[in-house]
Design a binder for this molecule. Sequence first.
Ligand SMILES: [Zn+2]
Length: 172
Amino acid sequence: MIELPVRDPCDLCEGIAGREEKWAVIDEGDLTLTVINPWQFEIGQCCVITRRHVATLLDLSDEESNAVSVSAKRVAHALVETFSPLGVLTFQNNGVYSGQETPHFHFHVVPRQKGSDWGVGPPQLATFEGAGRPRGTRHDPSGDAQRRERVQVSVEQLVRTAELIRSNLPTP
Ligand SMILES: [Zn+2]
């Protein structure tokens, strides 16, 4: 059984409702939003999220699944145009044992640059034990605080980065 992280209230639903301070929308569709990731482990790191509160890939409708793919491709084009990255990493976590920390579907789209501080990400997920938490353990935000501190970006900076990426989105 896939164990989901616990986060109440859901930070992504808070963002959609306009109650999240570090929130900047890059692109909008009927079923998805593309938002800047408040943790800029890579400059321009963003996520495609569903408007609906669903936890994992397994919960998506076919329409949402398609919309996520289209939105990810759109923003990937914009990231390449904006940052000329050496690569674009996409990933998505389903359950705490895959490293999921927020119980709301989000698909990461990350422009990779040489020498960047990845922080939390695939290396942390190299072992099964490293990815998961003991069953029933609530999400512990203290680790997040330390990680956030390492890659702290001001709200203004996030908004500027989101605007820059948005200006390079392909025309629909
Ligand atoms: Zn949510």
